[in-house]
Ligand binder design. Structure first.
Ligand SMILES: [Fe+2]
Ligand SMILES: [Fe+2]
Length: 238
């Protein structure tokens, strides 16, 4: 079975919305499976989760849709890198653009938590985790900088948009410095902790102040349009 990338993505987004409406358990199981698949490439687990979700669905259309999600993911793997599909699918299932970004904030913070627990003699582990932090943050920033911040700039929150973009630049500077510093260096961890502090404050501003105010002024149609545009950006960074 072959699905075009756009069709697979739309299918996942629609299924996520429908499953969320039909039951938190089914939605949670599917999202967990998508997260796990992105780490271990155990795609069959994702298909199983979709089938379980279908069984717990109350309508025939929900069942067909959920089953199709599993097939859609698997077909997507044929066309795209598994990482790309899983990352985007995991976010898309989380809901609209704001819910998706919040979901990614949690994923990024959990990576930070793991890396902040490493010791100076675990240089290899630190480098691997830094690569993951870097990928997740860059992908997240691409969506915000190319879609959300420009839309925000068209409102009276334009100053916030510029400030947030400036903080992204600071984050990229931290990433560069951490890549440059030997991972066994005793200064590495304190730099990483300062980096995490900056990201956490930035996330708090987005989640508690800037995004809720922005979203409250958008119509359902504008929100949907923004979500679609953001998903298109998300798949660009493999
Ligand atoms: Fe941001
Ligand atoms: Fe963000």
């Amino acid at each position: 079975m072959h699905l075009a990338m756009g069709d697979a993505r739309d299918l996942v987004t629609r299924a996520g919305t429908e499953l969320r409406e039909r039951g938190r358990d089914a939605y949670g199981n599917l999202r967990t499976a998508a997260d796990r698949a992105s780490n271990t490439e155990l795609w069959e687990k994702l298909a199983d989760a979709a089938r379980d979700a279908a069984r717990s669905g109350r309508s025939a259309s929900g069942m067909r849709l959920a089953a199709a999600v599993g097939l859609g993911f698997l077909a997507g793997v044929v066309l795209l890198s598994s990482k790309k599909v899983a990352m985007q699918a995991s976010s898309a299932i989380a809901g609209d653009w704001f819910a998706q970004l919040k979901h990614e904030h949690r994923q990024i913070d959990s990576l930070f938590e793991t890396v902040c627990e490493t010791k100076d003699d675990e240089g290899g582990k630190r480098e691997a985790l830094l690569g993951k932090v870097s990928y997740a943050l860059n992908r997240h920033a691409l969506q915000e900088e190319n879609v959300i911040y420009p839309a925000l700039r068209d409102t009276d929150q334009g100053a916030s948009s510029k400030a947030l973009a400036g903080e992204h630049f600071d984050m990229k500077t931290y990433l560069h410095e951490l890549h440059e510093l030997p991972a066994e260096d005793p200064r590495w961890l304190s730099k990483m902790k300062a980096f995490r502090k900056l990201v956490r404050q930035h996330v708090r501003d987005e989640e508690e102040h800037i995004y809720p105010a922005f979203q409250s002024r958008l119509s359902a149609e504008q929100n949907a349009k923004l979500t679609k545009a953001m998903n298109r950006e998300g798949v660009k960074l493999a």
